[in-house]
Design a protein around this ligand. Structure first.
Ligand code: NCD
Length: 303
């Protein structure tokens, strides 16, 4: 029985296979419509989510399975003081697989240690978010036809943005990746990401506070929201929230084949005027997320 807590729990070969499965699901959805018949996914969301929870649910329904779960901690026994470990043991009696989101780093790991069914980390605090990364990887692959040899700009909240941490970790395993890390001083990537992932894997990287001066070099621009809920002070959030706003004007100096990604939800960081630009991929990314979650559920349930 296997759980996915971090993106590197999947080997690059497994990710390649999942991308292959994903492309087959896109082309032949009917072939998969009963693959998980009689099986149950439990979505345990202790923290708000629209996309991730609903895309897990849609993924399971499209595989012919069923879904149970809760979407806020206040409607679960966590409100009575139940531990994550106990919740994981209990849910193991009701379902075949768990997707869990929790505000605390490491919560999914604790759940996986205690569950007797596979656990998928759907985001643990500011730590990581492997299934968003699967969505990102499928999007990059479908846009570029490869996962290697490209310059990726990450822009915004690189400190608290768990999707950033997971995607950097994933990309550390492909050759020829150059990172351009664009953030205010206060929101730079955490030192464990810089030391244990970027430097350890000899990834080429460059840090800057200025998006416009580097946008022309990028093949991928990964925009992120400033993660209000993880700030210690509201003033600090208000000061930093509009650090970067991508506009059609700023895109004038970008490459014609740039791909703009964003895990969503968007607040202000991409002007809606950018949505009609053919380089905007963030709504395609949402679709790809559902498909990769289908591929992951199939894999973990051995279907
Ligand atoms: C991201 C998350 O939850 O970390 N959202 C998502 O899953 N698509 C990004 C965010 O909340 O900013």
């Amino acid at each position: 029985m296997r759980s996915i807590i971090d993106i590197v729990d999947l080997s690059p070969e497994e990710i390649d296979q999942m991308i292959e499965t994903a492309c087959d699901i896109i082309n032949n959805p009917q072939k998969y419509s009963e693959k998980c018949k009689g099986q149950k996914l439990a979505t345990l969301f202790f923290e708000p989510s629209t996309r991730t929870r609903l895309s897990f649910e849609a993924a399971m329904y499209e595989l012919g399975g069923n879904v149970i779960g809760f979407s806020e901690a206040s409607s679960s026994s966590a409100a009575k003081g139940e531990s994550v470990a106990d919740t994981a043991k209990v849910i193991s009696c009701y379902a075949d697989i768990i997707a869990m989101r929790h505000p605390k780093e490491g919560a999914a790991y604790v759940a996986a240690k205690n569950a007797s069914i596979p656990v998928i980390n759907a985001g643990d605090g500011g730590h990581c978010h492997p299934t968003q990364t699967l969505a990102d990887l499928l999007t990059i692959y479908r846009e570029k036809g490869r996962l290697s040899d490209m310059t990726i700009g990450f822009c915004g909240d690189l400190k608290f943005g768990r999707t950033v941490h997971s995607l950097i970790n994933a990309m550390s395993r492909y050759k020829g990746i150059k990172l351009v890390l664009i953030s205010p001083e206060e929101l730079k990537v955490p030192s464990y990401v810089k030391e244990d992932i970027i430097k350890k894997n000899n990834m080429e990287f460059f840090e800057t506070g200025d998006l416009e001066s580097v946008i022309g070099q990028l093949d991928i621009l990964y925009m992120t929201r400033v993660q209000r809920e993880r700030f210690f002070s509201e003033e600090e959030y208000l000061r930093l929230k509009d650090s970067y706003i991508l506009t059609p004007e700023k895109l004038k100096s970008a490459k014609d084949d740039l791909s703009i990604l964003h895990p969503l939800p968007r607040v202000n960081e991409i002007s809606v005027a950018v949505d009609d630009d053919p380089r905007a991929c963030y709504f395609k990314q949402v679709f790809n997320g559902k498909i990769m979650r289908m591929a992951l559920i199939l894999k973990l349930l051995g279907r």
